[in-house]
Design a protein around this ligand. Structure first.
Ligand SMILES: Cc1ncc(COP(=O)(O)O)c(C=O)c1O
Length: 461
């Protein structure tokens, strides 16, 4: 079975750079043709693999390819796929320590390495999750259980108008009414306004509410903006609030000197969300939550049952089920441990530095195109821009830029996405895949210039 799968995986992965950056024409109709009742009889593996590789997988966003400059790119380093095969095949149980002490320890090492990357102390603990959304959820539950009474309906939490929507979802899932979630305006660099945050906290306290949590962003999805984490940490300390940072996108850029400079203050957060399936280039399925005082994470997630084995009291040993909403789960640690052990951290650091360079190069090229306005300069590896033809109203400009985006993407060498920044529709370039190098960012610039020329918005070079 593995051999049969590999016969298809190798050409598929090798062809990623040649595959269209996005090809979903007819994909919805294709999806509808697949609806079928529970199969009563078997089908040969060859046939099923052919269906997936030949017919289905190509009709997608090419999220693992070098032209994927959309949203926040993932990666898909192959080592993790091999690790998944191993961990799923051996199927050991890592929810509790005693069931597989040595394997649990490898995962605990991964969490420790992440803590080292962000600059957390030895008392920090954490978990690997399925993604950033679950990490943000676990952070909010931990903050709620640490800072609020059982009846927490007076608790209010604060984040900027640029925070990822998973934070809002997490707050709702954690039981907070929508009215308790405060959206604080951001400044011209799309960072939370600490002055307005402070004023809102005071106002809420005066109304008898219980402010308990501030969520900062270390790399927003819209523009890659990094909040002033030092200022937020100081404010939270003063106000005795839990300080969580959503660093799902930006966190691993702490491996680079420029990232550390831009995210100064990150280690002062009470908790941090990281997404190895973003800037650590892993395939989808890996997030992480780190908590500076690990005991807080444990307190929020420990329950007991007679049928369970003894949990560990030794501070060096960890029962992950006591730190996480999950009990039974796959051994995710191996998919991070294996690539880090095989290569060490250096190639990851180099790759991330390259992405920062590529983004500032792209921003420089965009700036030089007449009629292009940079709306958000890169803070990490996102740049947002738009065509700004004179004499058009804001809605007309938005429409124009939507059409521009379609034309760029129609060439299928790169896939870019847009977003709204206030009332402005902007086009974003996010460089984060380990497969994206200078040639593909040059292709993006060529396609942007060509699309502008087609729309008679500027002359081709
Ligand atoms: C800044 C930020 N936070 C959180 C998330 C949610 O992470 P995930 O998609 O891994 O659940 C994302 C996802 O794209 C993100 O960009």
């Amino acid at each position: 079975m593995v051999r049969q799968a590999m016969e298809r995986i190798v050409p598929f992965v090798e062809s990623l750079p040649r595959q269209p950056a996005c090809d979903v024409e007819g994909a919805v109709e294709l999806a509808r043709t697949l609806v079928e009742p529970l199969p009563r009889t078997g089908t040969p593996l060859e046939e099923l693999l052919d269906l997936v590789f030949r017919d289905l997988a190509p009709k997608s966003f090419n999220a693992a390819g070098p032209g994927y400059l959309a949203y926040i790119p993932g990666g898909g380093i192959f080592h993790a796929a091999v690790a998944d095969l191993v961990s799923n095949a051996i199927n050991r149980y890592v929810g509790v320590f005693i069931a597989a002490p040595a394997l649990v320890q490898l995962e605990a090492n991964v969490v420790r390495w992440f803590a080292e990357i962000v600059g957390y102390p030895a008392a920090a603990r954490g978990i690997l999750t399925t993604g950033g959304s679950l990490a943000n959820f676990t952070a909010i539950v931990t903050a709620r259980r640490s800072r609020l009474p059982e009846n927490f309906f007076a608790g209010t939490l604060y984040a900027s108008d640029q925070v990822h929507h998973s934070v809002v979802k997490a707050a709702l899932l954690a039981g907070f009414p929508e009215a308790n979630i405060r959206t604080i305006p951001s400044d011209e660099l799309f960072r939370i306004r600490p002055d307005l945050l402070r004023a809102r906290i005071a106002e809420d306290r005066a109304r008898g509410l219980q402010p308990f949590l501030v969520v900062g962003s270390a790399g927003t999805t819209n523009t890659g903006a990094v909040d002033d984490l030092e200022a937020l940490a100081a404010l939270c300390a003063e106000e005795k609030l839990w300080f969580h940072v959503d660093a799902a996108y930006g966190g691993f850029l702490m491996l680079t000197a420029r990232g550390r400079d831009r995210m100064r203050g990150l280690a002062r957060a009470d908790s941090i969300t990281l997404d190895p399936h973003k800037a650590l280039f892993l395939p989808y399925g890996n997030g992480s939550l780190l908590v500076r005082d690990g005991a807080e994470l444990r307190r929020a997630h420990t329950t007991h049952a007679h049928y369970m084995p003894e949990m560990q009291d030794d501070p060096d040993l960890v029962d992950f089920c006591e730190y996480s909403p999950e009990l039974s789960r796959g051994w995710r640690g191996l998919r991070v441990w294996l690539p880090l052990k095989m290569h060490g951290i250096e190639p990851f650091r180099r790759n991330l530095d390259e992405k920062i360079d590529l983004t500032s190069w792209a921003a420089g090229e965009l700036r030089a195109i007449p009629g292009i306005e940079i709306v958000a300069e890169p803070q990490l590896t996102v740049v947002a821009f738009r065509a700004a033809a004179r004499g058009l109203t804001e809605p007309e400009l938005n429409e124009l830029n939507r059409r521009l985006l379609e034309r760029i993407n129609a060439r299928k060498r790169v896939f870019l996405t847009g977003t709204m920044l206030g009332a402005r529709f902007v086009i974003r370039i996010c460089v984060l895949s380990f497969r994206t190098h200078r040639d593909r960012v040059e292709a993006a610039l060529e396609d942007i210039r060509a699309a502008l020329a087609e729309m008679r918005l500027s002359a081709p070079r």
